[in-house]
Design a protein around this ligand. Structure first.
Ligand code: RTP
Ligand code: MG
Length: 148
């Protein structure tokens, strides 16, 4: 089954949105495979956001993502990578549709509440950066037969 990496950013943790955001993905029908509250160090932040190195917002992005705890998660389900991106909404919360995480809870592009992998390749890379094999739980959820 497809997996993606989602992360509630420091603003989302400070604003008490862990439950709200997690609930949204749970209710959708996706299955949580792993989760942890963690503080990202600079090296991990720079590697995670490596594709943006050299861009004007890179330093600010690394400063922000290392500024406080984040809630890192791996979610599993059919087409979860693309669907999660749609549920997150546009990068800039001012352009994100109501009903999406960023549309409902974000105000600025710098503090947009959540990160999500944007392709199968980034999902695999990011899951590997943040989680060990032993931290990902393979289990059955009975109600998934009602979802698919
Ligand atoms: P993310 O990687 O965090 O899930 O966000 P994304 O794919 O929607 O957007 P991406 O282009 O990967 O940008 C990563 C993060 O950098 C910040 N950003 N700031 N000031 C700016 O113009 C600007 N552009 C991007 C955002 O916080 C974005 O989530
Ligand atoms: Mg991105």
């Amino acid at each position: 089954m497809e997996k993606t990496f989602l992360m509630i950013k420091p603003d989302g943790v400070q604003r008490n949105l862990i439950g709200e955001v997690t609930s949204k993905f749970e209710k959708k029908g996706f299955k949580l495979a792993g989760a942890k509250l963690m503080k990202i160090d600079r090296a991990l932040a720079e590697e995670h956001y490596g594709e943006h190195k050299g861009k004007p917002f890179f330093e600010e992005l690394v400063d922000f993502i290392t500024s406080g705890p984040v809630f890192a998660m791996v979610w599993e389900g059919e087409n979860v990578i693309l669907t999660a991106r749609q549920m997150m909404g546009a990068t800039n919360p001012q352009e994100a549709s109501p009903g999406t995480v960023r549309g409902d809870h974000g105000l600025t592009v710098g503090k947009n509440v959540i990160h999500g992998s944007d392709s199968a390749q980034s999902a695999e890379r990011e899951i590997g950066l943040f989680f060990n094999e032993s931290e990902l739980i393979d289990y059955n959820k009975d109600n998934l037969s009602w979802v698919y």
